[in-house]
Structures are given as structure tokens and as C-alpha cells.
Design a protein around this ligand. Structure first.
Ligand SMILES: [Zn+2]
Ligand SMILES: [Zn+2]
Length: 222
């Protein structure tokens, strides 16, 4: 009997794959994170607030959103860009919290899979290599799903409060592009209140006020 009884049945797995767009080992890792969260903390509900912090932007975040109800849009999923396969979940009602972090080596790469992936990325893969990659990808995902979460993740329980709730802030018009910006994201530069892309543009001396063009350029260069 598993310590973490929540498993996706075939129909739920299909719905998750539909949500994420494909089945991949990263998504499968996220399923294992969510299983731990559901047992230790429970799912988010209107009368039981759960806040999650993700330290990564990997595929697995989608499984966590789908299974626990902690989502970016609701503001109860917070992202730290630390590049670590780790997640923390807080239950607001009683302060119960758990950090779930991948064990070193849990996300082992198989050399054939890695090599095929490199060939696909470089555009050199043959149709046979692509097919083989797809096969390995699904196989690996299914292997991850068949494991118990504790084989892959370390679980640390503690008591704590989640980072502050997302609030509604005033919107201020950027002095350069004129678009509305949440007050907490305004940068003051030479006495002007600027949105982040405009502040960055001004700092690098690009001073042609181009409304959304600046944001677009920043996104493209980013
Ligand atoms: Zn994926
Ligand atoms: Zn602006």
C-alpha cells in the first residue's frame, strides 16, 4: 500500500496530457509531486486555501496545477526562477507545509534519449530517429509514473505561512509607452514612472517611445 494513494486513472491521465499538450518525463515527475501534495496538504478548495511555490518552470508545473488546483491565474502558485526541481505547498488554515525536492539523480537521462533529442533539436534527425525518440519518451514517462513518489522526491514537513497573497494594485500609466502597469512593477527613472520594458530600454539608451513595440522587442531579445 502506497504512502501516497492518489494515482491518476487512465481518463485523468488523458485529460492531463490534453492540458499539457504531450506526455513527457517532466510531466510525469510533476504528477509524483502532486501525489505527495495531495496526501500531505490536500487539494486547493474555496474553503481550504493551498498555496504552492514552484522553483522551476519545467513541464511538471502543469501537472501540479492540474492536480492540486494551485494555478498561476488564481495567484496561489508562485514561481521562483531558481531552476530547481522543487515545490513547496502551504495549507493556510493550519500552517502545515511541505517542501518536495527531487532526489539527486532522480531525473536520470538515458544516453540514447539524450542523443536523439540533440539530433532532433539540430534538425538532423531522420524519421526513424524521431519515432524512436517518441517511443523512448513515452517509455520513460511511464517508468516515472510507475514509481512511488518517495523514490524520486525528498519530503520535508514543516509549519509556515505562505508568501503574501496577490493583491489588486492600482494601475499607473507608464510615462514612456502609456500602457497601464501594476503599481508594484513601476520603475522610477529620471523622475519618470516607467514599466519594466521601458525602463530597460531607457537604461540601454534606446529612447524611441514605441508603445507595445518596446515590450515586444524586449520579449524577442529576452
Ligand atoms: Zn512536457
Ligand atoms: Zn512603458
Amino acid at each position: 500500500m502506497s504512502q501516497y494513494p492518489h494515482r491518476l486513472d487512465d481518463e485523468e491521465l488523458d485529460r492531463l496530457i490534453h492540458f499539457h499538450g504531450h506526455l513527457c518525463p517532466g510531466l510525469a515527475m510533476g504528477v509524483q509531486v502532486a501525489r505527495i501534495a495531495l496526501t500531505e496538504i490536500g487539494a486547493h478548495a474555496t474553503d481550504e486555501e493551498v498555496v504552492a511555490v514552484t522553483e522551476t518552470d519545467m513541464c511538471g508545473v502543469d501537472a501540479v496545477q492540474f492536480m492540486t488546483g494551485c494555478t498561476f491565474g488564481k495567484g496561489n502558485l508562485i514561481r521562483e526562477d531558481w531552476g530547481k526541481n522543487a515545490f513547496t505547498f502551504f495549507r493556510r488554515s493550519d500552517g502545515r507545509a511541505v517542501r518536495v525536492a527531487a532526489r539527486p539523480g532522480a531525473f536520470e537521462r538515458d544516453p540514447e534519449h539524450t542523443e536523439l533529442f540533440a539530433r532532433i533539436r539540430s534538425g538532423e534527425a531522420t524519421p526513424e530517429e524521431r519515432a524512436r525518440f517518441g517511443e523512448l519518451h513515452v517509455e520513460r514517462s511511464m517508468r516515472v509514473l510507475a514509481k512511488e513518489p518517495e523514490e524520486l522526491y525528498e519530503v520535508e514537513r514543516f509549519m509556515g505561512v505562505p508568501p503574501p497573497r496577490a493583491r489588486i494594485h492600482d494601475s499607473i500609466a507608464c510615462a514612456r509607452c502609456g500602457e497601464g502597469v501594476m503599481a508594484t512593477r513601476i520603475h522610477e527613472l529620471d523622475g519618470d514612472r516607467l514599466c519594466i520594458p521601458c525602463a530597460e530600454a531607457r537604461r540601454r539608451g534606446d529612447d524611441e517611445p514605441g508603445a507595445g513595440g518596446t515590450a515586444r522587442r524586449n520579449l524577442l531579445e529576452g
